[in-house]
Design a protein around this ligand. Sequence first.
Ligand SMILES: N[C@@H](CCC(=O)N[C@@H](CS)C(=O)NCC(=O)O)C(=O)O
Length: 216
Amino acid sequence: MVTVHGANISPFVRKVRVFLAEKNIAYTLQPVNPFTAGPEYRKLSPLGRIPAFQDDKTTLADSSVICAYVERTNPQPALYPTEAVTYARALWFEEYGDGGLAPIFGGEIFRQRVVMPLFFKQQGDEAMAQKAIAEKLPPLFDYLEGQIGDNAFLVGNHLSIGDIGVATQFVNLRHAGVTPDAQRWPQLSRYLASIHGRPSFKAVIEEEEAGLKKAK
Ligand SMILES: N[C@@H](CCC(=O)N[C@@H](CS)C(=O)NCC(=O)O)C(=O)O
């Protein structure tokens, strides 16, 4: 039996949940708030972050580690390309999401507009969010627009960890009321609608939207 530990609005928890859903692997989501979790949780996740993962063989932390492990234990359908260049490109897009998009989408926008008011009952820094939206998002969107072109996926002809790693970050942006302008970024908008429309993403997005609505 597989258990994922974490909160559903985390982009990294979502990355693992979508990955498991695409692999058709059943799991239980064990709720963990990383900001209030006690020292016991560090036995699962030594840095105290979410997600953590358990199956009958091991315990793991970090969404990238978890996904890479699940690919080895459950190779089909393949979510990492096998050829060297496309494999590296898929890893690059995963990192673009984790290291490039997350600090801005998460820290500067989602945290200010959603986490602070809903979960900390404090006013977020709306000026920070506005500045990030105006100045930091356009170059990130421009890059993705150029990389996607008229393709269905970022790498090759199949969904990969690169798509999951990028698209999961856009869910947090969407929760914060921001979506790329379809006039200015038509390919990115089309691409996101398609990836977020997959059953794997759709299910978690609907669950999260219901939870956020309830928390308001
Ligand atoms: N590289 C990690 C990042 C995970 C991460 O930063 N999770 C956040 C929530 S979205 C967290 O646990 N933050 C609490 C903390 O850093 O103490 C992964 O991919 O799993």
